[in-house]
Write a protein that binds this ligand. Structure first.
Ligand SMILES: [Zn+2]
Length: 103
């Protein structure tokens, strides 16, 4: 099976057009950790969100479909293969997405 890839330009994760059609300008894209949990930049991390990863490995989560892209892959290759998928309908990550938009 071929790996799905998002459209991206200029090695820039903020230009990703997700496989599902979502973009930063549409439903938004969320920085996440290697588990796909949205991360909070700053010292006071709300419960349910992840802190900024110590290793700096960032991922970009599409909150519409749950596809997750590796920022380092995008920056190094200019391509955006889907790294993995998470459940954005229910569960921890779905709740964290709500927190991300409201905190
Ligand atoms: Zn998507």
């Amino acid at each position: 099976m071929d790996t799905e890839s998002a459209t991206v330009s200029g090695h820039d994760v903020t230009t990703i057009t997700c496989v599902c059609g979502n973009t930063v300008a549409r439903d938004g894209l969320i920085p996440a950790n290697s588990d796909g949990v949205p991360i909070h930049a700053g010292p006071d991390v709300p419960a349910g969100l992840a802190s900024w990863p110590d290793d700096g490995e960032l991922f970009t989560l599409c909150p519409s479909c749950g596809r997750v892209y590796s920022d380092s892959v995008v920056e190094e290759t200019g391509k955006a293969p889907v790294a993995f998928r998470v459940n954005v309908e229910s569960g921890r990550i779905a709740e964290a997405i709500q927190l991300h938009w409201t905190s």
